[in-house]
Ligand binder design. Structure first.
Ligand SMILES: [Fe+2]
Length: 497
């Protein structure tokens, strides 16, 4: 029996302990407030089979869970950065893992969904996910990290029913570019051949893969989906997400589509956008996915609705429930023989040390391309060279916007210091340069809001040392306000004082 088959049998054994979750919502309990979502759904007699909750503080999670009602709860984690070589040896990982275990236990979640992506890369922090390098050594490192995380969960995260959560890996979106030498389905096939992980297939993410890879040049969307699904490890798909897509347009000017391909010119430059409406094309893709014969182990089908207006969540979920009510039970009951027998899978032997170093070097280069310190040349950037304008937009538009505006407007956060800097002619663009000036070791669990506060204080200390006490006071106030939002107990304590 090959290693590949052993892992798959183990996956099936773990999967048998997971009940069918049905139709659900993937939410952030703060945005919009989970109580409001629940009440609005109740008013329309809509009951999600489960809620998948995005990472927050443990105390906020405990409080919110008192009021969510019946149905299963599942966890969408963050901060374990499974794509990164050596990640499990870091202090930040250990802290994030401890927190992850707490959250899984609060929710009694049957799975841990984690994006196959990172926000901390080669010493640099980002506000949104960066996909892995789609290469063989990268797939090997992801597999190794997943095996370690599943093993740690087995040791440290027993649930009340005696089981441990199954690690699910979500295929991330492409945001204007792709880097690597492997196709995405073959990357995830290698990972599944070397681990027990399940997968989350996000339909909007799949659309972005079509939009920003070679496929768009040669295939229709339906052909692309069909080819993709035939290669992707569909028998490992445990959950499907559907979320909005939108054009990212901070400047007000749309991103030009290359004119040399007029037949495909109508495709918008959408990226993953959970707050935006779900375009109908995603439901056409979902129908195609749900009818795929290898999709035999699906347990949940969720709309991902964090940051979306409550009214839109309710409308979309009502329509979704009507259309897909019977989809998940039907698939879960399907005969699970589709995986077939293993033919001649050969897992190449790699030296772990070499692979780690090769990948560390490759990720250094990957970041240098993204922050404009190197050009996108070589095999790994071949596909993105067809989308030069999109990659340029990422580097010159999207990324600076992310640092300045994502997770909190710097201008609104540091009102006084910002005004004083502006009076002296210091622009926020200089802060972006400062942010990416040199790599730094990770300083603890990932929190982009707190990180922005820390880095802005450092920036002001450097460019305007006389404003140090002002910026530090604003930073203290911001940190306290943040705690008050996330930890209501702190609020009570402050009121008593
Ligand atoms: Fe998703």
């Amino acid at each position: 029996m090959t290693v590949r088959w052993t892992y798959h049998r183990e996956f099936i054994r773990r999967l048998e302990a997971i009940p069918t979750h049905g139709l659900g919502l993937s939410v952030d309990i703060h945005s919009p407030a989970i109580g409001n979502v629940r009440r609005s759904l109740q008013d329309r007699h809509l009951l999600p089979g489960y809620l998948e909750v995005f990472r927050t503080t443990t105390i906020a999670l405990e409080n919110a869970m008192k009021d969510v009602g019946d149905g299963f709860l599942a966890y969408h984690g963050e901060g374990l950065w499974v794509t990164q070589p050596g990640v499990t040896e870091t202090r930040a990982f250990q802290q994030a893992f401890t927190e992850t275990v707490q959250h899984l236990q609060v929710l009694q979640s049957a799975w841990l969904n984690h994006e196959c992506a990172t926000k901390f890369l080669a010493g640099h922090y980002f506000g949104t996910y960066l996909p892995p390098l789609y290469t063989r050594s990268s797939a090997d490192i992801v597999s190794e990290n997943i095996r370690q995380i599943q093993s740690l969960l087995d040791q440290q995260c027993q649930l009340a029913d005696g089981n441990t959560p199954l690690l699910l890996l979500e295929m991330p979106p492409l945001t204007y570019f792709v880097a690597g030498t492997l196709s995405l389905p073959s990357f995830f096939r290698i990972v599944c051949d070397q681990s027990t992980c399940g997968l989350v297939l996000d339909v909007g993410h799949l659309w972005t893969v079509f939009r920003y890879s070679w496929a768009r040049r040669t295939q229709s969307l339906a052909q692309f989906v069909s080819t993709f699904l035939d290669e992707f490890p569909m028998e490992r798909v445990v959950e499907i997400h559907v979320a909005g897509l939108d054009v990212h347009d901070p400047s007000g000017s749309p991103i030009p589509i290359p004119s040399s391909h007029p037949s495909k010119a109508s495709l918008p430059a959408w990226i993953d956008a959970h707050g935006a409406p779900i375009p109908p094309v995603l439901f056409e893709m979902l129908d195609q996915i749900l009818s795929h014969p290898q999709l035999t182990n699906l347990k949940g089908l969720a709309l991902e609705v964090d940051t979306k207006p409550v009214e839109m969540i309710v409308e979309e979920f009502a329509e979704f429930s009507q259309r897909y009510n019977s989809a998940v039970p039907r698939i879960s009951m399907a005969n699970n023989s589709a995986f077939g027998t293993d033919a001649s899978s050969s897992l190449e032997e790699h030296s772990a040390m070499t692979t780690t170093q090769v990948l560390k070097d490759a990720y250094d280069q990957y970041v240098r391309v993204l922050i404009g310190k190197a050009e996108p040349v070589g095999e790994e950037w071949k596909q993105s060279s067809a989308y030069a304008e999109e990659l340029d937009h990422y580097r010159a538009g999207y990324l600076p916007h992310e640092i300045l505006h994502w997770g909190g407007e710097l201008e609104d956060m540091f009102v006084e210091s910002y005004r004083r800097l502006r009076e002296r002619g210091v622009s926020l663009e200089e802060f972006v340069t400062f942010w990416f000036r040199e790599p730094r070791p990770s300083s603890g669990p990932y929190d982009f809001f707190l990180l922005k506060i820390e880095r802005f204080v450092e920036f002001v200390r450097e460019v305007a040392p006389d404003l140090q006490s002002m910026v530090e006071r604003e930073a203290r106030e911001l940190r306290l306000a943040y705690r008050l939002i996330n930890e209501p107990a702190v609020s009570a304590e402050v009121m008593v004082r």
